[in-house]
Design a protein around this ligand. Sequence first.
Ligand code: MN
Length: 227
Amino acid sequence: MTELWALPRPSLAVVGSDDRFPVRRIYCVGRNYVDHIREMKEGDERDLPFFFQKPTDSLVESGDAVPYPPQTADLQYEGELVAAIGAPGADVSLSDATSIVFGYAAGIDLTRRDLQRDAVRASRPWEMGKSFDHSAPCGPITPAAGVPGIAAGELELTLNGERRQATRLDLMIWKVPEIIHHLSRQYRLEPGDLIYTGTPAGVGPVRAGDSIVVSITGLAPLEVTVR
Ligand code: MN
């Protein structure tokens, strides 16, 4: 038996290794920094974390270009820490949560903000605003053992060399162990899952020709251009 066609197997580079990290699912956390909730004027910082997904084949690797997506006039960047899962886990306790993390990367939750806002107004899912082709740029994964202080690190996003987002990661409302705990009550996590952990304030539009860099303490930077 042969398969009718070959599907791509999305994967990411691993820092310090020739291995590739095969990606199974991409989960994202909505609203995880108080300053971003305030700039968006939506939600409540005391709400439990909530999640959405992006298609696995929407990954874009560092150094690659993102085609400006269709059906939007307001593509926006959201710089985020990404946790990469390396072991299965359902109903994972807070104390066990970091034991299933393989490593961390810098990511961008690209968003068609106009479509997201339309969806919110119409009480429809965020899908069209969040889960489009090329919507998930993600840098190389650094194994967790190499970044023991990641939770106290800092994130910075620059657009054409100008700083647009900057935060301490300990300002997340829901920290990585809490995110894993809550998400693993909804889905059984498996090796190859990525979790985008939410963005701080300073989100904004990108245009064709722009260059975006996300830098996180101890991690390889993510660099993409929009064409
Ligand atoms: Mn986001």
